[in-house]
Design a protein around this ligand. Sequence first.
Ligand code: LHQ
Length: 267
Amino acid sequence: MHDPLIEISQDGAVRTLTLNRPAALNAFTSAMLAQMRAALDAAADDAGVRCVVITGAGRGFCAGQDLSDPLVNPNLQPGEAPKDIGHLLDAYYIPLALRVRSMPVPVIAAVNGVAAGAGANFALGCDLVIAGASANFIQAFSKIGLIPDCGGTWLLPRLVGRARALQLALLGEKLPAAEAQAMGLIYRCVPDEELAVTAQALAQRLSQMPVRAMAQTRRAFDEAGRLEFEDALKLEAMQQSRLGFADDYQEGAAAFLQKRAPKFSDR
Ligand code: LHQ
């Protein structure tokens, strides 16, 4: 039996998905991208899952697209026609990035080592990014004549502003996790040995909170980027209206007034 390319485990309401090709720093193959998407679909469909953690096996998080995959044209022979690498984005990366962004529960990236290329932007597309101190983020694309993909062109300027986004994208240098935190690219950098336990504790904490409202918060932030202020206010009102009819609001408000701990159940 082969090891799965995505290892799946569950602790309470927290589902952990581990990229599992450590010998290649978990570089993405198309099979791995498909398995990650299926694992996220399964988590989204499972009422017992209230938070997802994504991490990597071994010393890396993910080195981006596997550049030895025939689909990305390594070692073309003279006269051999290159394949369209855009198809890989259409077929695998775009659905995966959209899947993360539409999860009904919060998604944490626990970046345990290098996150390069699409591996970096896959992590940055998650809701909270927490990294070990020895991890680094590399927009490796410019070194091989490509632009940031897997959402990088959208995410980077929004996260750190155009000047720093261009610095990262054009120079393609290693950005250590502590600097990534200092520039606002990620939520938090922690000592390596504390990463797994901190990410799991954070996930357990989020899983007890009103996760439906968290997914709606992500949606509101994403949509606000393309809305006028007044339209953002109206979208907030529409979402708040729906959430106000949901059980979590009733429970949260009642628990506050009754001076007891709330127990949230919506997703
Ligand atoms: C790898 C890889 C890798 C294969 C390490 N592939 N084997 C989307 C769609 C369509 C087309 C193209 O692109 C995209 C999006 C992208 O993601 S493009 C960007 C692709 N990624 C990169 O360019 C990063 C390439 N990797 C590196 O620069 C280095 O490996 C980093 C800086 C990540 C880590 O360096 P080291 O810590 O020194 O490790 P290493 O280089 O020795 O790697 C360890 C092994 O992993 C090694 O294999 P080996 O058999 O020699 O031990 C590498 O060949 C393999 N590996 N990245 N992307």
